[in-house]
Write a protein that binds this ligand. Structure first.
Ligand SMILES: NC(=O)c1ccc[n+]([C@@H]2O[C@H](COP(=O)([O-])OP(=O)(O)OC[C@H]3O[C@@H](n4cnc5c(N)ncnc54)[C@H](OP(=O)(O)O)[C@@H]3O)[C@@H](O)[C@H]2O)c1
Length: 251
């Protein structure tokens, strides 16, 4: 059976668990060799690598803290050294520190700033590093959030804005890299039952689920399949786009 990504190498940041681990498996199922990054879950990352290798592809895990922008260049260099090329970058790693309004007396602004560094500056520095090595026809896909474009409830300002910034950056990068046929897109995920949303399922205020046309959590596979499409050969003319996989959140 022909596989769409045979001969390609993909880096999935934050591939040790949650959506990132499923994206890595989905791309590997189509024949891509895979690098995943992680910050703390070494055992989980190595378990993901074992599962990827069982699919018959090369797979490696690299520790790289996206909260330290100086780690982006070494991350990309290590992928190049160990896997020989980089064709597809999936910026998946992020944190979601939400729940307090910006005028709450006990809001942790140091944590909010750290969230910006991980979710925005870290993604930008990874895109910059990858842009130097991606070949003609390369792919950059970043995982956003429906909150990046529409905000239906309070307490999420910094997280939402950290994702919104990536939308504008990706549109600019699409312009900058279009001459090399490198596409740059965003997939805005809906709520998924991962560690990031731990304990949320079934316990959200009615306004949250009520703002979705389809009132359920996304399956991680539903989000991963949109990323697979953008990574593949059929999506070469889609760039600077935002694809929502979020059940019609505030549609
Ligand atoms: N879950 C949701 O409801 C939801 C909704 C909309 C959008 N999203 C987006 O979907 C993406 C995946 O989220 P998820 O739910 O799968 O999250 P998750 O289960 O919390 O997993 C986060 C992943 O990111 C990695 N990571 C976190 N901080 C990092 C850092 N400083 N440097 C490098 N890696 C780091 C983690 O590595 P370690 O294991 O080493 O900590 C882990 O692999 C994120 O971009 C998130 O914003 C999620």
């Amino acid at each position: 059976m022909s596989r769409k990504l045979t001969g390609k190498v993909a880096l999935v940041t934050g591939g040790s668990r949650g959506l990132g681990a499923v994206i890595a498996g989905t791309l590997a199922d189509q024949g891509a060799d895979i690098a995943i990054s992680y910050v703390s879950s070494e055992d989980k990352a190595l378990a993901v690598v074992d599962k990827l290798m069982a699919k018959g592809v090369r797979a490696i895990a690299i520790k790289a803290d996206q909260g330290d922008p100086t780690s982006s260049d070494p991350l990309i260099q290590e992928v190049m050294e160990r896997l020989g090329q980089l064709d597809i970058l999936v910026n998946n790693a992020a944190v979601a520190w939400q729940g307090k309004k910006i005028d709450a007396p006990d809001i942790d602004n140091v944590a909010m700033d750290k969230q910006w560094t991980i979710n925005t500056i870290g993604v930008i520095s990874t895109i910059r590093a990858a842009a130097r090595v991606l070949p003609e026809g390369g792919r950059i896909i970043s995982v956003g959030s429906g909150l990046g474009t529409r905000i239906a409830f309070p307490g999420t300002t910094d997280y939402a804005a950290s994702k919104a910034a990536i939308v504008a950056y990706s549109k600019g990068a699409a312009r900058d890299l279009g001459a090399r046929n490198i596409t740059v897109n965003i997939v805005q995920a809906g709520m998924m039952d991962t560690d990031m949303a731990a304990g949320s399922k079934g316990h959200l205020p009615p306004i949250v689920m009520g703002s979705h046309a389809i009132q359920r959590f996304a399956a991680v596979e539903e989000v991963a399949s949109a990323i697979l499409y953008l990574a593949g050969p059929d999506a070469g003319f889609i760039t600077g786009s935002v694809i929502d996989v979020n059940g019609g959140f505030t549609a």
